[in-house]
Write a protein that binds this ligand. Structure first.
Ligand SMILES: Cc1cc2nc3c(=O)[nH]c(=O)nc-3n(C[C@H](O)[C@H](O)[C@H](O)COP(=O)(O)OP(=O)(O)OC[C@H]3O[C@@H](n4cnc5c(N)ncnc54)[C@H](O)[C@@H]3O)c2cc1C
Length: 224
Protein backbone atom coordinates (compact mmCIF):
# COMPACT_ATOMS: atom_id res chain seq x y z
CA UNK A 1 0.00 0.00 0.00
CA UNK A 2 3.05 2.30 0.45
CA UNK A 3 5.77 2.44 -2.17
CA UNK A 4 8.85 4.49 -1.26
CA UNK A 5 10.19 5.99 -4.48
CA UNK A 6 13.90 6.07 -5.26
CA UNK A 7 13.99 9.88 -5.06
CA UNK A 8 13.63 9.48 -1.29
CA UNK A 9 16.89 10.38 0.47
CA UNK A 10 18.65 7.08 1.25
CA UNK A 11 20.83 8.36 4.13
CA UNK A 12 18.71 11.05 5.79
CA UNK A 13 20.77 11.47 8.99
CA UNK A 14 24.07 11.80 7.09
CA UNK A 15 22.51 14.29 4.68
CA UNK A 16 21.33 16.46 7.58
CA UNK A 17 24.85 16.30 9.04
CA UNK A 18 26.41 17.35 5.73
CA UNK A 19 24.07 20.32 5.35
CA UNK A 20 24.68 21.50 8.92
CA UNK A 21 28.43 20.89 8.49
CA UNK A 22 28.61 23.38 5.63
CA UNK A 23 27.44 26.13 7.97
CA UNK A 24 29.69 25.05 10.82
CA UNK A 25 32.85 24.92 8.66
CA UNK A 26 33.17 21.18 9.41
CA UNK A 27 34.86 18.44 7.37
CA UNK A 28 31.85 17.11 5.43
CA UNK A 29 33.97 14.40 3.77
CA UNK A 30 34.01 12.48 7.08
CA UNK A 31 31.02 10.11 6.91
CA UNK A 32 31.04 9.16 10.59
CA UNK A 33 31.09 12.76 11.78
CA UNK A 34 28.36 13.71 9.32
CA UNK A 35 26.14 11.01 10.79
CA UNK A 36 26.88 12.13 14.36
CA UNK A 37 26.30 15.79 13.49
CA UNK A 38 22.98 14.98 11.81
CA UNK A 39 21.78 13.10 14.86
CA UNK A 40 22.91 15.91 17.19
CA UNK A 41 20.87 18.39 15.16
CA UNK A 42 17.69 16.35 15.58
CA UNK A 43 18.29 15.71 19.27
CA UNK A 44 19.02 19.40 19.92
CA UNK A 45 15.83 20.47 18.16
CA UNK A 46 17.64 22.11 15.23
CA UNK A 47 14.93 20.79 12.96
CA UNK A 48 15.45 23.07 9.97
CA UNK A 49 17.98 20.51 8.67
CA UNK A 50 15.18 17.94 8.41
CA UNK A 51 13.76 19.95 5.54
CA UNK A 52 16.62 18.78 3.27
CA UNK A 53 15.44 15.17 3.55
CA UNK A 54 13.10 14.31 0.70
CA UNK A 55 10.36 11.65 0.91
CA UNK A 56 8.49 10.64 -2.24
CA UNK A 57 6.00 7.78 -2.08
CA UNK A 58 2.86 6.26 -3.54
CA UNK A 59 -0.02 5.77 -1.13
CA UNK A 60 -2.45 3.31 -2.64
CA UNK A 61 -5.71 1.76 -1.42
CA UNK A 62 -6.48 4.19 1.42
CA UNK A 63 -9.86 5.90 1.58
CA UNK A 64 -10.50 9.32 0.06
CA UNK A 65 -11.47 10.28 3.61
CA UNK A 66 -8.08 9.59 5.16
CA UNK A 67 -6.36 11.31 2.24
CA UNK A 68 -8.53 14.37 2.93
CA UNK A 69 -7.04 14.39 6.45
CA UNK A 70 -3.57 13.77 5.00
CA UNK A 71 -3.92 17.04 3.12
CA UNK A 72 -4.15 19.06 6.36
CA UNK A 73 -0.39 18.60 6.94
CA UNK A 74 0.79 21.61 5.01
CA UNK A 75 3.99 22.59 6.84
CA UNK A 76 6.95 22.80 4.41
CA UNK A 77 4.73 23.06 1.31
CA UNK A 78 4.36 19.36 0.44
CA UNK A 79 2.91 18.42 -2.92
CA UNK A 80 0.93 15.51 -4.38
CA UNK A 81 -1.04 14.16 -7.28
CA UNK A 82 -4.29 12.25 -6.75
CA UNK A 83 -6.12 9.75 -8.97
CA UNK A 84 -8.75 11.57 -11.01
CA UNK A 85 -12.46 11.07 -10.31
CA UNK A 86 -13.26 12.26 -13.85
CA UNK A 87 -11.63 9.71 -16.11
CA UNK A 88 -11.20 6.52 -14.07
CA UNK A 89 -13.95 3.93 -14.35
CA UNK A 90 -15.66 4.24 -10.98
CA UNK A 91 -18.67 2.10 -11.82
CA UNK A 92 -16.90 -0.67 -9.93
CA UNK A 93 -14.83 1.42 -7.50
CA UNK A 94 -13.12 -0.28 -4.57
CA UNK A 95 -13.67 0.92 -1.00
CA UNK A 96 -12.42 0.53 2.55
CA UNK A 97 -14.48 -1.53 5.02
CA UNK A 98 -13.89 -0.26 8.60
CA UNK A 99 -13.09 -3.01 11.17
CA UNK A 100 -16.19 -2.06 13.21
CA UNK A 101 -18.31 -2.83 10.13
CA UNK A 102 -16.36 -5.94 9.06
CA UNK A 103 -16.83 -7.63 12.46
CA UNK A 104 -20.62 -7.25 12.35
CA UNK A 105 -22.22 -9.35 9.53
CA UNK A 106 -25.45 -7.32 9.51
CA UNK A 107 -23.54 -4.01 9.38
CA UNK A 108 -21.27 -5.32 6.63
CA UNK A 109 -24.27 -6.40 4.55
CA UNK A 110 -25.83 -2.92 4.84
CA UNK A 111 -22.50 -1.19 4.14
CA UNK A 112 -21.76 -3.22 1.02
CA UNK A 113 -25.35 -2.82 -0.22
CA UNK A 114 -25.02 0.99 0.06
CA UNK A 115 -21.75 0.90 -1.91
CA UNK A 116 -23.32 -1.28 -4.60
CA UNK A 117 -26.28 1.12 -4.84
CA UNK A 118 -23.88 4.02 -5.38
CA UNK A 119 -21.98 2.08 -8.05
CA UNK A 120 -25.22 1.06 -9.81
CA UNK A 121 -26.62 4.60 -9.65
CA UNK A 122 -23.38 6.05 -11.08
CA UNK A 123 -23.60 3.55 -13.95
CA UNK A 124 -27.29 4.37 -14.63
CA UNK A 125 -26.72 8.13 -14.51
CA UNK A 126 -23.89 7.80 -16.96
CA UNK A 127 -25.37 5.08 -19.18
CA UNK A 128 -29.16 5.51 -19.28
CA UNK A 129 -29.37 9.21 -18.40
CA UNK A 130 -26.31 10.41 -20.34
CA UNK A 131 -24.90 12.32 -17.35
CA UNK A 132 -21.15 13.02 -17.78
CA UNK A 133 -18.91 10.84 -15.63
CA UNK A 134 -17.52 13.88 -13.79
CA UNK A 135 -21.05 14.69 -12.58
CA UNK A 136 -22.09 11.12 -11.71
CA UNK A 137 -18.87 11.02 -9.65
CA UNK A 138 -20.46 13.47 -7.18
CA UNK A 139 -22.05 10.41 -5.58
CA UNK A 140 -18.75 8.68 -4.84
CA UNK A 141 -18.29 8.05 -1.10
CA UNK A 142 -15.39 9.13 1.14
CA UNK A 143 -14.82 5.43 1.85
CA UNK A 144 -13.78 4.89 -1.78
CA UNK A 145 -10.12 3.93 -2.02
CA UNK A 146 -7.78 6.18 -3.92
CA UNK A 147 -4.12 6.57 -4.90
CA UNK A 148 -1.79 9.53 -4.48
CA UNK A 149 1.85 10.30 -5.30
CA UNK A 150 3.19 12.36 -2.43
CA UNK A 151 6.32 14.46 -1.88
CA UNK A 152 7.28 16.13 1.39
CA UNK A 153 10.21 16.55 3.78
CA UNK A 154 10.91 14.48 6.87
CA UNK A 155 10.26 17.37 9.25
CA UNK A 156 6.65 17.39 8.07
CA UNK A 157 6.41 13.61 8.36
CA UNK A 158 7.77 13.52 11.91
CA UNK A 159 5.36 16.31 12.93
CA UNK A 160 2.61 14.26 11.32
CA UNK A 161 3.53 11.17 13.31
CA UNK A 162 3.08 13.13 16.57
CA UNK A 163 -0.54 13.87 15.61
CA UNK A 164 -1.41 10.68 13.82
CA UNK A 165 0.13 8.00 16.03
CA UNK A 166 -2.00 9.45 18.85
CA UNK A 167 -4.87 7.15 19.81
CA UNK A 168 -7.26 10.11 19.26
CA UNK A 169 -6.43 10.09 15.54
CA UNK A 170 -8.78 8.38 13.09
CA UNK A 171 -8.03 4.59 13.03
CA UNK A 172 -7.24 4.46 9.30
CA UNK A 173 -4.75 7.33 9.64
CA UNK A 174 -3.04 5.50 12.51
CA UNK A 175 -2.78 2.45 10.25
CA UNK A 176 -1.52 4.56 7.36
CA UNK A 177 1.11 6.14 9.62
CA UNK A 178 2.15 2.68 10.80
CA UNK A 179 2.43 1.49 7.17
CA UNK A 180 4.63 4.50 6.36
CA UNK A 181 6.85 3.76 9.38
CA UNK A 182 7.21 0.14 8.22
CA UNK A 183 8.00 1.12 4.61
CA UNK A 184 10.50 3.84 5.54
CA UNK A 185 12.09 1.64 8.21
CA UNK A 186 12.78 -0.97 5.53
CA UNK A 187 14.24 1.60 3.09
CA UNK A 188 17.65 1.94 4.81
CA UNK A 189 19.39 1.57 8.17
CA UNK A 190 19.31 5.33 8.75
CA UNK A 191 15.58 5.40 8.11
CA UNK A 192 15.08 2.51 10.54
CA UNK A 193 16.83 4.57 13.24
CA UNK A 194 14.79 7.69 12.46
CA UNK A 195 11.50 5.81 12.53
CA UNK A 196 12.29 3.92 15.74
CA UNK A 197 13.43 7.01 17.61
CA UNK A 198 11.58 10.03 16.24
CA UNK A 199 8.24 8.89 14.77
CA UNK A 200 6.22 9.01 17.99
CA UNK A 201 2.82 10.11 19.32
CA UNK A 202 2.83 13.64 20.72
CA UNK A 203 2.51 12.48 24.37
CA UNK A 204 5.92 10.81 24.01
CA UNK A 205 7.36 14.15 22.90
CA UNK A 206 5.71 16.37 25.52
CA UNK A 207 5.68 13.81 28.35
CA UNK A 208 1.97 14.46 28.94
CA UNK A 209 -1.32 14.24 27.04
CA UNK A 210 -2.51 17.39 25.27
CA UNK A 211 -5.89 15.94 24.27
CA UNK A 212 -9.08 16.78 26.19
CA UNK A 213 -10.32 13.21 25.91
CA UNK A 214 -7.19 11.30 26.91
CA UNK A 215 -6.62 7.58 26.40
CA UNK A 216 -4.71 7.59 29.70
CA UNK A 217 -1.39 6.53 28.24
CA UNK A 218 0.21 9.63 29.84
CA UNK A 219 -1.08 12.02 32.51
CA UNK A 220 -2.98 15.12 31.37
CA UNK A 221 -1.30 18.41 30.53
CA UNK A 222 -0.21 20.71 33.37
CA UNK A 223 -2.64 23.60 34.01
CA UNK A 224 -1.58 26.84 32.32
C1 LIG B 1 -7.69 13.91 16.81
C2 LIG B 1 -7.68 14.91 15.67
C3 LIG B 1 -8.86 15.53 15.30
C4 LIG B 1 -8.88 16.49 14.26
N1 LIG B 1 -10.07 17.07 13.91
C5 LIG B 1 -10.10 17.97 12.88
C6 LIG B 1 -11.31 18.56 12.44
O1 LIG B 1 -12.39 18.29 12.97
N2 LIG B 1 -11.28 19.42 11.39
C7 LIG B 1 -10.09 19.78 10.79
O2 LIG B 1 -10.11 20.60 9.87
N3 LIG B 1 -8.93 19.24 11.19
C8 LIG B 1 -8.89 18.34 12.21
N4 LIG B 1 -7.71 17.76 12.57
C9 LIG B 1 -6.48 18.17 11.86
C10 LIG B 1 -5.66 19.16 12.68
O3 LIG B 1 -6.42 20.30 13.04
C11 LIG B 1 -4.43 19.62 11.87
O4 LIG B 1 -4.82 20.35 10.74
C12 LIG B 1 -3.59 18.46 11.42
O5 LIG B 1 -3.37 17.57 12.47
C13 LIG B 1 -2.27 18.98 10.85
O6 LIG B 1 -1.43 19.29 11.95
P1 LIG B 1 -0.42 20.48 11.94
O7 LIG B 1 -1.11 21.79 11.74
O8 LIG B 1 0.39 20.31 13.18
O9 LIG B 1 0.50 20.08 10.64
P2 LIG B 1 1.30 20.98 9.65
O10 LIG B 1 0.41 21.88 8.86
O11 LIG B 1 2.15 20.07 8.86
O12 LIG B 1 2.17 21.90 10.59
C14 LIG B 1 3.27 21.41 11.34
C15 LIG B 1 3.76 22.56 12.21
O13 LIG B 1 4.29 23.56 11.34
C16 LIG B 1 3.96 24.84 11.82
N5 LIG B 1 3.09 25.54 10.85
C17 LIG B 1 2.38 24.99 9.83
N6 LIG B 1 1.73 25.91 9.14
C18 LIG B 1 2.00 27.09 9.73
C19 LIG B 1 1.58 28.43 9.48
N7 LIG B 1 0.76 28.72 8.48
N8 LIG B 1 2.03 29.39 10.30
C20 LIG B 1 2.87 29.10 11.32
N9 LIG B 1 3.31 27.86 11.60
C21 LIG B 1 2.88 26.86 10.83
C22 LIG B 1 3.28 24.66 13.17
O14 LIG B 1 4.23 24.65 14.19
C23 LIG B 1 2.69 23.27 13.04
O15 LIG B 1 2.48 22.65 14.27
C24 LIG B 1 -7.66 16.82 13.59
C25 LIG B 1 -6.46 16.18 13.97
C26 LIG B 1 -6.47 15.23 14.98
C27 LIG B 1 -5.16 14.55 15.33
Amino acid sequence: MIEILEETTKEPISLMGRRAGVCWGADIADAERNYKRGLECIRSGHHRVMEYVNVEMILDGYSARVIREWYTHIGGAPTRLQASTRYINYKDFSYVVPPAVAKNPEAEKLYRAAMETIARTCASLEGECGVPREDAAMLLPLGMSTRIVDKRNVRNLIEMSHQRLCTRAYWEYRELMGDICTALGAYSEEWRYLVENFFRPKCDVSGYCTEKKSCGRKPGSPQV
